[in-house]
Design a protein around this ligand. Structure first.
Ligand code: GUN
Length: 297
């Protein structure tokens, strides 16, 4: 049996359209558009692509996009000063500092400078704490996007066995917290987990976020399981000099065993920006004191 393909690209387009549809009413009530500030330090090529896409989709959703590009040798103090300026700017509802940052900058110190109520990435320790204690806050975009895809596919997730492979602060850990909040039984596995294939084989839901190309094989997957592949790995392509993107799951194999699976590209990837816009819309409502129905999106 071949798995259903979870179309994250279409889901994300729909989510962006829903966000865009709610912007005019916000503008009407608040007298301004929701605003997202994105800060890029240096010239990392992948980050440049992400930041360009964020700007484009923010504008397409009818929001204000404030882009700040700083040179690679920017000091900690200069970056902190910019973040503080954005914290104080009433036109800015969401602040995103693109990661990774150059080596001379202390990433956690910068993230700690962002106003938690503008932290649409959900990386500030206050939002990490809010998530782990079930309080309202901001949830990192990629894992929240994964949960949206899972609920769309499976409905209620209560009682499901979920295995998250990867323990990063951006995906693995918040993913585990979100699945726990959905009443899953959650195992966080990682590169040092003993008997990893056996552990993964128990799962109704597999979330692969380990950053190793095509690591998860078909015989790791319980037949019929739902597989969410967060990996984006660039590897040599079929032709010399060409590259291609693959996930952390061996898709060609896994598609024969899973019940449903996200492809790479076109699965989880497009969800991140769509959820970022959703988080910015929520932040704008909270900061402008305009009521927001959390069930809307
Ligand atoms: N770099 C890779 N993914 C992300 C993300 O979701 N947010 C930020 N700020 N940087 C990233």
């Amino acid at each position: 049996m071949t798995a259903d393909i979870i179309d994250g690209k279409a889901f994300a387009a729909n989510l962006r359209a829903k966000v865009a549809a709610m912007v005019p009413a916000f503008r009407e009530k608040a007298g301004r558009a929701p605003g997202l500030a994105v800060v890029l330090v240096g010239e990392d090529p992948a980050s440049q692509v992400y930041v360009r896409n964020k700007h484009k989709t923010t504008v397409e959703a009818g929001m204000e996009s404030f882009e700040h590009r700083l040179p690679a040798d920017t000091t900690q103090d200069a970056l902190t000063a910019l973040v503080e300026q954005l914290n104080a700017d009433p036109a800015v509802d969401g602040i995103l500092v693109q990661l990774p940052l150059p080596k001379q900058i202390d990433e956690s110190a910068v993230l700690a400078t962002i106003d938690p109520d503008k932290d649409v990435d959900g990386f500030h320790v206050v939002n990490v704490g809010r998530l782990s204690t079930g309080m309202h806050g901001y949830v990192p975009c990629t894992p929240l996007g994964c949960v949206m895809l899972l609920k769309d596919r499976l409905g209620d997730l209560s009682g499901k066995d979920a295995v998250v492979i990867g323990r990063s602060n951006i995906v693995g850990k918040p993913m585990a917290q979100l699945l726990l909040a959905e009443n899953c039984t959650v195992t966080v596995a990682h590169s040092r987990t003993a008997h990893l294939p056996e552990v993964v084989r128990r799962a109704d839901i597999v979330v692969a976020a380990v950053g190793r190309p095509e690591m998860v094989k078909a015989d790791w997957i319980k037949p019929g399981a739902t597989v969410i592949d967060v990996g984006i790995n660039r590897v040599p392509g079929a032709e010399p000099g060409k590259t291609k993107l693959v996930g952390d799951v061996d898709f060609a194999e896994a598609v024969e065993v899973a019940g449903a699976i996200t492809p790479v590209p076109g699965g989880v990837g497009p969800m991140t920006i769509a959820v970022l816009l959703r988080n910015t819309l929520v932040a704008a409502h909270r900061l402008a004191d305009v009521p927001y129905d959390e069930k809307a999106i």
